[in-house]
Design a binder for this molecule. Sequence first.
Ligand SMILES: [Zn+2]
Ligand SMILES: [Zn+2]
Length: 154
Amino acid sequence: MRKTLILGVLAVGAMFACSPEPRLCEVCQRGIHADVRAAIVLDNGRRVDACCPRCAMHYRATSTEQVLRIEVTDHDRGSPLPLEQAYLVEGSDLTPCIDHHPISDDTHLPMRICYDRCMPSLIAFASEPQARAFIAIHGGNLLPSGSRTTHAVP
Ligand SMILES: [Zn+2]
Ligand SMILES: [Zn+2]
């Protein structure tokens, strides 16, 4: 019991030590936003930072490394949440990963995005009512619970 407590304190300390450094998604190299960030925990103990659940799932689908689990972020509270327990909203108008990188050509007309790893966006919630309340404002679809672990990611 005591050992667990000490480990917990160490973990929190490590988190604070890392926080001033802006981190990039190791999958798509975009900046990470606190409300949608995800982390892939590997069998060897390494944590891979990802900008959103979609990148984390892409990593799991394509990496040769053994993925132990994926943690996503409860959008409302900003707290970590296991992917398997998260309610994921796909395709809402909230696109944190691309908001700061508007894509336009010289004519300043928005270009059609043909493929983007982070799109349609996936936003995670700890409960279904939270997800439904979000959809009422931002649109999107609640993914069926089975797809949280088996959802095919390109
Ligand atoms: Zn990413
Ligand atoms: Zn992303």
